[in-house]
Design a protein around this ligand. Structure first.
Ligand SMILES: NC(=O)c1ccc[n+]([C@@H]2O[C@H](COP(=O)([O-])OP(=O)(O)OC[C@H]3O[C@@H](n4cnc5c(N)ncnc54)[C@H](OP(=O)(O)O)[C@@H]3O)[C@@H](O)[C@H]2O)c1
Length: 436
């Protein structure tokens, strides 16, 4: 590999004039999983591409590391990337810094930016949008949410179609893998997570994935696109998947569904009302499209203009599929297509409106009957539709109930009262409607 730590000989700050036969030069910030896949794929040119893509330079931490791609000029100096005359900068560093500083630097130099970094957009989106608007350059971000399914750009350029009132989605492949594995092999959370780590589907530190932080960041990006409003990921009700047990999954199956790591947002077309948003494990009825999205796959269902339901499913991540999406963004950005990460008004968030709930009750023997539990819940205004169990396979009897739509405070009050009256442990998960 060629090191380009020394300043480039023909240092020019202006962008090169491009003719149709001139390759599009890309400055890569990061040559890890995604950056390497981008560099590999850039050597190919699909029939519909209007130009070749050439990697001008790649920023890395360690230029001596053996890399999967050869012949990419490496540097540890960000300036060397900007001075290598890129037409587009691809940010594939991850994290907040130095990604934020370097993206702003690229924009200030008039260079369009492509990024797959949802944390960066969820936390510094406003600053980046303002800088991009001021400089008149595009910031493309298709690969930041469900990287393998290019749907964001389609909606970004179709204002009527993007008048979506509600979103229900699975946007985190790690969590979906863990719950799918727990369901299929009847294993505990820890064992399924280790399996995901061994296969490279979970980071050594899986906190952001399993606690729902990554999903909340992606939901904030989706809310910005579809509602034109900015919300802080930390303000979204987020529960993660850690509480889910194999018993929960067995009982969910008995009730005709499963538990999945979902994000939901409602009230997106109202310009003033709060948006109800949630990221966490939820009961998904077997008839819902997301019930068939397993393992590392992702899916999104949109309640679209005209009342129709649109669902897209496919790979959520993986370097190769992400590179495809990133390079299409590069072609668009280089040829000046207008849609881009944009400014948004402040949005207020609310606890999602009333939903149905999946309530699991685990007791020391003797266990109250499902009829007794239903009566106790009814005393707090919570009405049982169906029940499943008892499941006694892990030594303690567990029951599950699907209850009618009510607010979170109401289900929490009823669950606490039930736990106190029966000495049971009670966990309530939101439940999706059967639609979609
Ligand atoms: N992996 C996926 O499937 C996927 C899918 C969708 C989106 N994304 C997003 O894509 C981004 C990149 O992910 P990744 O998996 O490719 O990460 P990665 O494998 O950790 O690669 C990060 C790259 O950035 C370089 N880097 C990091 N900090 C640096 C610094 N301070 N100075 C110079 N270079 C630095 C690293 O250099 P060294 O190589 O020298 O360490 C490495 O080449 C993240 O935002 C991620 O969320 C990833």
């Amino acid at each position: 590999m060629t090191a380009v730590d020394a300043p480039c000989p023909d240092v020019r700050l202006t962008r090169p004039v491009r003719t149709p036969s001139t390759p599009i030069r890309v400055g890569l910030l990061g040559l890890g999983h995604v950056g390497s896949a981008v560099a590999r794929l850039a050597r190919t040119r699909p029939p519909a591409a209007r130009a070749n893509i050439e990697i001008a330079a790649a920023l890395v931490r360690d230029p001596l590391r053996i890399r999967a791609v050869q012949d990419v000029p490496l540097t540890t100096d960000p300036d060397a990337v900007f001075l290598a005359r890129p037409a587009v900068v691809v940010e594939a560093l991850g994290g907040l810094e130095p990604a934020r500083t370097l993206v702003l630097e690229a924009i200030a130099r008039g260079l369009p930016v492509v990024t797959a970094n949802k944390s960066l957009l969820a936390h510094h989106g406003d600053e980046i949008a303002e800088a991009a608007a001021l400089a008149g350059v595009a910031v493309r971000y298709e690969a930041s949410v469900i990287a393998g399914v290019p749907f964001l750009g389609t909606f970004a350029r179709r204002p009527y179609a993007s008048a979506v009132s509600a979103i229900t989605a699975i946007v985190n492949g790690t969590s979906n893998f863990v719950l799918s594995r727990m369901q299929d092999l009847a294993v505990e959370f820890g064992s399924a997570l280790s399996d995901a780590q061994r296969r490279g589907f979970a980071e050594p530190d899986p906190f952001k994935d399993v606690e729902g932080v990554d999903a909340a960041e992606k939901l904030a990006i989706l809310i910005r696109l579809f509602a034109g409003r900015r919300v802080a990921p930390s303000d979204i009700e987020t529960t993660g998947i850690r509480p889910v047990t194999p018993v929960d999954l067995r009982l969910a199956r008995e009730l005709g569904g499963t538990l999945k790591p979902v994000v939901t947002a409602e009230g997106l077309t109202s310009t003033t009302g709060p948006i109800g948003a949630f990221a966490g494990s939820a009961f998904v009825p077997g008839t819902h499209s997301l019930a068939r999205v397993h393992y590392v796959s992702n899916g999104i269902c949109l309640r679209a203009a005209g009342g129709s339901e649109l669902c897209f499913t496919g790979p959520g991540a993986g370097p190769d599929v992400t590179a495809v999406t990133v390079l299409d963004d590069v072609l668009d950005a280089a040829t000046g297509r207008a849609e881009s990460w944009a400014s948004a008004a402040t949005g207020s968030l609310a606890v999602p409106p009333n939903t149905t709930w999946f309530v699991r009750v685990t007791s020391a023997v003797p266990q109250p009957s499902s009829a007794d539990i239903a009566t106790l819940l009814a005393a707090h205004g919570v009405w049982t539709e169906r029940s499943a169990g008892p499941d006694t396979r892990d030594g303690r009897p567990s029951l599950a109930l699907l209850v009618r739509s009510c607010s979170r405070p109401r289900i929490e009050r009823a669950a606490s009262a039930l736990a106190a009256a029966t000495g049971s442990s009670v966990h309530a998960y939101r439940a999706l409607e059967a639609g979609s």
